[in-house]
Ligand binder design. Structure first.
Ligand code: E4P
Length: 303
């Protein structure tokens, strides 16, 4: 599994690259905003072009740097993608352009197909496309058919969506244990069936309470963010798409482990999470004991 870092902050990118395990960088307008605002606190003004060029240079030719367009209409997205690709791909031949799968916003005069058209057009020009804001397996399938190099399912946002449907309180970084939730739901569901066992199948199937049970603990059959990644992998593998699955919107180390188990091609991780992934209380106790137990004879050998 390739590991990307999900940030536009240069100091985080530099530090993460020094660990020797990072294969790329993903950015989006919000991450660029955070980087610009952080630079401003130091009194500096970012020269955006030079700043991004440095990211591309640091990541190098074996990595990947995702840069996102900001318009919503096909023609404009294609134009912006070409500008970004032209400006930055010559640095290290590592640019992927992020296009949202759907740029529809209620009230705007833009339909649902602009993203898809832009993905097809740009892929046809051999510009690698990272399709962003993927929330369903079927969106990923359409993106792959349009020629996407990467599809980025947003895991935390789906976890949050399902928990919000269920009125479950959560903190932003909380792991969502949908397996426990499923057990609770099936226990309550079976109790309800038991109490209504005199009713016909048709009545129970139509029962509003049952319908709510069945629909509220998933996003139309997607139980959590990792499940989204898993279903996308299943579908893309079945038809031998070359599109790589890039698990995005990651909030905790359990998601990291679980997408590795389901075989994601890539995961993009925010900087702060690497520390959480590395640490374990028993590792800390272990290293403390090893340090305490070093004998002089052994220390001398290493001097
Ligand atoms: C990565 O490519 C995405 O832009 C990123 O993971 C965004 O997700 P988030 O804003 O939910 O963290």
């Amino acid at each position: 599994m390739k590991i990307f870092i999900d940030t536009a902050k240069l100091h985080e990118i530099k530090k993460a690259l020094s660990w020797g395990i990072i294969n790329g960088v993903t950015t989006n307008p919000s991450l660029i905003k955070a980087a610009v605002e952080e630079e401003k606190t130091t009194g500096k003004k970012i020269n955006m072009e030079e700043y991004i060029k440095e990211i591309c240079y640091l990541v190098g030719k074996n990595g990947s740097v995702s840069l996102e367009v900001i318009s919503l209409q096909t023609e404009k997205m294609v134009e912006e993608a070409q500008i970004l690709f032209k400006k930055f791909n010559s640095i290290a031949n590592n640019i992927a352009i992020k296009i949202p799968i759907d740029t529809f916003i209620k009230g705007n005069k833009i339909g649902h197909y602009d993203g898809l058209k832009a993905i097809s057009m740009l892929s046809g020009m051999n510009i690698p496309i990272n399709v962003t804001l993927i929330m369903t397996p079927e969106q990923a399938l359409l993106a792959a058919k349009a020629g996407a190099r990467y599809v980025s399912p947003f895991m935390a946002r789906i976890d949050n969506h399902v928990r919000e449907q269920l009125n479950i309180n959560y903190m932003p970084m909380d792991y969502y244990d949908s397996e426990s939730e499923k057990e609770i739901a099936s226990f309550k569901f079976n109790k309800y069936l038991e109490n209504n066992n005199k009713q016909s199948i048709a009545n129970l199937y139509e029962d509003k309470k049952i319908k709510d049970f069945v629909s509220s603990n998933s996003d139309k059959g997607v139980y959590d963010g990792v499940d989204l990644v898993k279903q996308i992998i299943e579908i893309l593998d079945k038809y031998n798409f070359k599109t790589e699955v890039l698990a995005a919107s990651v909030r905790n180390k359990r998601q990291f482990r679980e997408v590795a188990r389901v075989g994601a091609d890539i995961i993009t991780i925010p900087f702060f999470l690497f520390e959480e992934i590395l640490q374990h209380p028993k590792t800390e106790i272990g290293i403390k004991t090893f340090c305490e137990n070093v004998v002089e004879e052994y220390r001398e050998l290493l001097n």
